[in-house]
Design a protein around this ligand. Sequence first.
Ligand code: ATP
Ligand code: MG
Length: 194
Amino acid sequence: MNIVVGNVKGGVGKTTSAVYLAAAAAARGRGPVVLVDSDPQGSAAEWLEQSPLDGVELVEAPSERTVIRALAGSDGTVVVDTPPGDERIVRAALRRADVVVIPTRAGGVEPTRVLTTLEMTPEDVACGIVVCAARLGTNDLEATIEDWSSAKVPVWGVIPERVAIAAGPAARISREGLEAYQDVLRRAVRAAAR
Ligand SMILES: Nc1ncnc2c1ncn2[C@@H]1O[C@H](COP(=O)(O)OP(=O)(O)OP(=O)(O)O)[C@@H](O)[C@H]1O
Ligand SMILES: [Mg+2]
């Protein structure tokens, strides 16, 4: 199963979500698990070099050609981190996705970039949103969840803002974060099977 994590907007939580989803897939025994870093910045690759994850293999694929090859078929779970800018790479990944996870933030200017990402995804591919670094109990968050529900875009998860998650590779995978992303993974897998 190819799970593509994408949003054309930068800094929303793509890399964090891709790493945690790969960790969640490995913890669930959905192996072999491959984390594909298609971002030329190599943030996911750096993360795993500094802090390897049990049962997750890293593949760097920072071009259209290499990401196509990396998504060419696997018996396990492939999670792809995508760059914010390079539309060719993002499109190549989205076209080969079984399911697309779109990290976003609560509030403001976020929706238009999510919609752009949804438009780039083939129509028959299931997509869901993950609200990252969320401040639980805020009006902004409630409004964001309501807006996506009325737009008929499923919200697969709300990941709370946590220091342990923000620490990235400098800390261990946060248990709370892992549990939240395991729920996201479960919903994504269920949606892909439909
Ligand atoms: N749940 C969270 N709690 C706290 N901080 C978070 C959380 N999720 C993500 N962040 C932080 O938000 C910032 C952006 O996250 P990340 O690097 O994953 O985004 P990105 O979409 O991959 O960015 P880019 O577009 O540059 O690749 C990082 O500093 C990350 O640590
Ligand atoms: Mg990133």
